[in-house]
Design a protein around this ligand. Structure first.
Ligand code: PLP
Length: 355
């Protein structure tokens, strides 16, 4: 099978094998990773190494804290404003897709929300270049990669207010100035493991702006004080993140992940631009290296193309249910051979059906 799912998505084979082994016998201790207490030395080593590896791979120093939390990135849509926004205060949000829109809906429960930029006028097919950030905003929120719409910020926006970034679908895939962010969050189930845990990275000085009286389990400071072990964490999901982070490091770190993702994206978009049957949607300069979104004008042919893909073991190419069309996700673990086969099928299909 060739796995183009958007998340949960493809994992490195070695990670799956090691995770499977650990379900029976974790680190040769005679117990499963699923059976050991989260406060044992065994698990503490897992979470400590995971937190350190996040910092090492993203080139972050001790000004940053790393947490592995529950609740998916969706919980962060609420937890960020609950900790930093309040009535009478303003936060600025970039509206570039469905995930950013969901984040805004949650933020409005806590304070004033201003739109710093929006690409709604062209169906979220580009990333706006001009931002309006009201002075005194407590933070600016962006979604660095729009998983559904297939756009990606190639550079983080320059701003003098704290930057909060949802990096769920492109963390660990490209070099960025991660230290320019005050808070980064990412559900693990794309480039960093499996569903069940969310990586949250916080700059310590940003915490000085944190609200009082946040419910204990949602207060970032409490999680930091407890070394990310405030309550029982999703132990297996964190363990798979550790294996994935170790794999990224072993393969050559973020530099190598970026090199591979550029190769994959160049190869795929080249085919998309060559084959007239397939219609790219996103403005070229804003195309995502992780999720390529496109269509076939004739919807019956689009359906047929999906059938041909599944007959050939190519899965996960149907677009998100909210916008339809086609989507090819090219996360870190996707081998080039999968894309080569997909492009071959696209070429054959194109030859057969282009009039
Ligand atoms: C960019 C982005 N943000 C947030 C989410 C929501 O993540 P979760 O389902 O982990 O809450 C997703 C899910 O795909 C996503 O791609």
């Amino acid at each position: 099978m060739h796995n183009f799912n958007s998340g949960p998505s493809i994992l490195p084979r070695d990670v799956l094998l090691e995770a499977a082994e650990a379900i029976y016998n974790f680190n040769n201790i005679g117990l499963s990773i699923l059976e050991i207490g989260h406060r044992t030395e065994w698990f503490k080593n897992v979470i400590d190494e995971s937190r350190l590896l996040v910092k090492e791979l993203l080139n972050l120093d001790d000004q940053f804290e790393v947490l592995f939390l529950h609740g998916g990135a969706t919980t962060q849509f609420m937890q960020v404003p609950m900790n930093f926004l309040s009535p009478g205060k303003n936060a600025a949000y970039c509206v570039n897709g469905i995930w950013g829109k969901k984040a805004i809906t949650e933020a409005k429960l806590f304070g004033n929300v201003n739109t710093a930029c929006s690409s709604a006028d062209q169906n979220f097919t580009y990333i706006p270049k001009n931002l309006e950030i009201p002075a005194g905003s407590v933070y600016l929120h962006i979604t660095s990669n729009n998983t559904v719409e297939g756009t990606q910020w190639q550079e983080l926006p320059q701003t003098n207010v704290p930057l909060v970034a949802d990096m769920s679908s492109d963390i660990f895939s490209r070099k960025r100035d991660f230290a320019a962010c005050s808070l980064i969050y990412a559900g693990a189930q794309k480039n960093a493991g499996i569903a069940g845990t969310t990586i949250v990275i916080i700059r310590k000085d940003f915490l000085k702006n944190k609200n009082e009286n946040v419910p204990a389990i949602l207060d970032y400071q409490n999680h930091i004080l407890a070394d990310s072990l405030l309550n029982t964490p999703p132990v297996f999901a964190i363990y798979v993140s550790l294996l994935t982070l170790q794999w990224i490091k072993k393969e050559g770190g973020i530099d190598e992940m970026e090199k591979r993702s550029l190769e994959r994206a160049d190869f795929f978009y080249d085919a998309l631009d060559r084959l007239p049957l397939f219609v790219p949607i996103v403005k070229k300069e804003d195309r995502s290296r992780m999720n390529a979104v496109f269509t076939i004008d004739d919807k019956k042919l689009e359906k047929k193309f999906l059938d041909v893909c599944s007959e050939n073991g190519l899965i996960g190419i149907k677009g998100h249910r909210s916008i339809g069309g086609l989507r090819v996700s090219m996360y870190n673990a996707l081998p080039m051979e999968s894309l080569e086969l997909l492009v071959k099928i696209m070429e054959q299909f194109s030859q057969q059906y282009t009039s």
